[in-house]
Write a protein that binds this ligand. Sequence first.
Ligand SMILES: [Mg+2]
Length: 382
Amino acid sequence: MKITRLTTYRVPPRWMLLKIETDEGVTGWGEPVIEGRARTVEAAVHELSDYLVGKDPGRINDLWQTMYRAGFYRGGPILMSAIAGVDQALWDIKGKVLGQPVYELLGGLVRDRMKTYSWVGGDRPAELIAGIAALREAGFDTFKMNGTEELGIIDNARKVDQAVARVAEVRAKFGSEIEFGVDFHGRVSAPMAKVLLRELEPYRPLFVEEPVLAEQDEYYRALADATSIPLAAGERMYSRFDFKRVFERGGLAIVQPDLSHAGGITECVKIAAMAEAHDIAFAPHCPLGPVALASCLQVDFVAHNAVLQEQSMGIHYNQGAELLDYVKNKEDFLLSSGWIRPLPKPGLGVEIDEERVIEASRAATDWRNPVWRHADGSVAEW
Ligand SMILES: [Mg+2]
């Protein structure tokens, strides 16, 4: 079997799907994208096709290493997202050829069902109580919310009070009926993270995510030593070579690689195993589309340390399309009280509605991350 063609489709809300075709008619789907830079990743995918077309899609390990090493320069969000989407599609092909879900090819199930959580409250955390109440009706009991809006390197007590009051209100309203993580989203500096973590501690969040930016990961250990809240990060780390540094330094309780950003299934299985060896939990980042989620689930179901799966149903980013709009086998993605079962179909387990993808790709606009500014006019982290 030989790879014959790679086709990319940028689609709403901010995703890109990749179809890899073979000379035997088996096709695989991947989701290579960096939110806000879809066209850049698209160019990278097509550059990688030089290493792929004419090759046996079954030799995933060799193709992965070729894509990673042959270009001399490697790593980072663009290249590793391009590799990730290709890797997903290759696993999809392998599973379809062998008639097995990918998790079977990775050694089989380690759990019967996987816990998912839901985003609530949007970019600027608001209406959390109503949002959680509505999602409770849909069965969810685990949530994630943004912790703050813009926050300066040193900011005032009023903003700290607002952030803490929101969390306090949620805990007061729902008590121990629910669990929630708080995403600092890289908006919080090391000095303010120290303040906020201490003040949030009494409300016992499940975790605080990106307490500081990934490029300031040297603070994770000190912050973890100063709080009992588990710290999580990893959506802006792109390979086991990035993760090894945070494992060495310590401080994280949960790692959150993104299956569409960190080299795909091949790489994230290894990152999960490295985390397990450090007694660190695994909770893949996934505010993306159905192929990304299906890929996450393949790893969740074989990684003993997988604890939570993000998913994007109803997320504030999904303007113009929802998680399952391009999926034919929607029934396989049904959540029951926030739990999802292993996807039963061969490969990644997602049947893409290609006609709908092609149609949607004609009207796809370029999604961009918002640019936020502080009160003094300087750029703020979003
Ligand atoms: Mg995050």
